[in-house]
Design a protein around this ligand. Structure first.
Ligand code: PA5
Length: 468
């Protein structure tokens, strides 16, 4: 395993490369020195406190890791499938890590090559999806990991109710052996249910919010069940933190990245495109979208002033989306920062065979590796966007493995925390999702939501003239 450092390249964010109008000059960057230091100090002072317990996870989980590894061994030995029930921060991390570190057709491998249970994450309440899952698993030999920090999320608790009902019918009293709960140590319904039913339980620290929870049992248990080396994964995260100890943004990559995004937002660049050039990192973009969108999209700042800030995160995949989105990135508005994730060394290669000398338009590809084609297209797209003065930056990952993935996730978490501090907002709340949740409860006639129901009933009705 290559235990090398990921690198952050911001050449194409600077005035030197994309001009004075779109880029940032050295002098402009330096004028933000104090603001960057303040953001750094704010994050440092708050680390481990409030909702910033995630900064401690790479340092304080030795005992938990042992328990997770032992539990995972038991699951790997005795179960044919492992299903995560959860949504948002309780699902996106496990999906991203699974895609990054396991075979890209893991579930389709035969048992001996897969060498572990099949893996599914149910992060929706689509009835067709639930039925489809139940069509392909045998619940008797499936371990269900129900993950919810709040222990109250409607989607996850619906999944829980369905699965435990089926399990009870199939296994009777022994059904609890097929459920592991991952939840807050004291708050919510799941912890009460876990105690009542006797589920094996892992805890999400109160100071760790959903979208910052991949490095706690939320992400570590599914990863360990997949045979992923979670100690090295945490080591990678720690490595990023140890390399981000300077208040000088030129010596602290996540702080530098945050500052550039902050300046970009001030200049109307309110879209952040995450574009990995590797299928293995495809769902890192999904995970990032929640982290960046939910953390930074805020109406008010910490002083209570209306700010309506945030950068809309967009997921994109190289080279696939070169054929769908890059036209817009090249010629559309100057409202985006595009982040490429480049992989230096792919874990496997494939050589394009020789064979069409009579077709020079195709023959130039022959004899080259697919990885070379992928990376060349990235370099070419980066060049084309830079030529059009479109702000872009690249994170180089030496090789996708536990160590570099831990680094990458911590890089983005720190970047998010620093950006939130620069914006002066609460990075760790999500008040904007509450209204929709309450309306759902009211429409489902949940007790206590009668007033909300009346409000909805009195709301302006849609007019048929606008439905054609
Ligand atoms: O980041 C967050 O806190 C949220 O997006 C949650 O992850 C999501 O709502 C799921 O919450 P819970 O884990 O409580 O079920």
């Amino acid at each position: 395993m290559l235990k090398e450092k990921i690198r952050f390249d911001y050449n194409n964010m600077t005035a030197d490369f994309i001009g004075e109008k779109e880029g940032v000059s050295d002098a402009q960057l330096d004028s933000y020195k104090k603001q960057a230091e303040d953001a750094f100090n704010y994050v440092k002072e708050n680390s481990g406190k409030g909702m910033m317990g995630w900064t401690e996870l790479a340092y304080n989980q030795d005992e938990i890791v042992k328990d997770i590894v032992a539990t995972a061994e038991n699951v790997r030995k005795n179960f044919k499938a492992f299903v995560v029930l959860g949504i948002g921060g309780s699902a996106l991390g496990p999906i991203a890590v699974f895609q990054a570190l396991k075979h890209l057709h893991y579930n389709e491998l035969d048992d001996s090559r897969r060498n572990g249970p099949k893996f599914y994450v149910e992060d929706n309440v689509d009835p067709e999806r639930m039925n489809a899952l139940l069509d392909i698993i045998d619940v008797k030999n499936t371990m269900f990991n129900v993950i919810t920090k709040s222990g109250a999320t409607s989607e996850t608790m619906s999944q829980y109710l369905i699965i435990t009902d089926i399990l009870k019918k199939a296994l009777g009293d022994k059904f609890a052996n097929n459920v592991i709960a991952t939840t807050d140590i004291e708050k919510g319904n799941l912890i009460k249910l876990a105690k009542k039913e006797g589920f094996k339980t892992f805890y999400i620290p109160s100071s760790v919010g959903g979208r910052f929870s991949e490095l706690c049992p939320v992400g570590l248990l599914p990863a360990a069940v997949l045979g992923i080396d979670i100690a090295t994964f945490l080591e990678g995260a720690k490595f990023t933190q140890e390399n981000a100890k300077s208040a000088d943004f030129r010596k602290n990559a996540p702080l530098c990245a945050a500052l550039l995004q902050y300046i970009s937002m001030q200049r109307g660049k309110n879209v952040s495109v995450m574009m990995p050039y590797a299928d293995s990192l495809k769902y890192i973009a999904d995970w990032y979208c929640q982290l960046w969108g939910e953390s930074l999209g805020k109406a008010v700042n910490l002083k209570g002033e209306t700010v309506n800030v945030g950068q809309t995160p967009v997921k994109s995949l190289g080279v696939t989306d070169q054929h769908s989105q890059v036209q817009l990135y090249a010629e559309g508005p100057y409202d985006k920062v595009i982040t490429f994730i480049a992989v230096d060394k792919f874990r496997s290669e494939y050589k394009i065979p020789e064979g069409l000398p009579e077709f020079p338009d195709v023959n130039f590809l022959c004899g080259n590796n697919l990885g070379k084609l992928l990376n060349t297209e990235r370099v070419a797209t980066e060049y084309a966007l830079t030529k059009k003065q479109k702000a872009n930056r690249t994170i180089y990952v030496p090789e996708v493995n536990e160590f570099t993935l831990g680094q990458l996730l911590m890089f983005f978490m720190l970047e998010t925390a620093y950006t939130g501090a620069l914006l002066g907002i609460d990075t760790f709340n999500q008040p904007g999702v509450e209204e929709g949740k309450k309306a759902t409860f009211a429409l489902f006639d949940r007790r206590g939501y009668e007033e909300k129901k009346a409000e909805l009933q009195n709301a302006k009705k849609k007019e048929n003239k606008y439905i054609i």
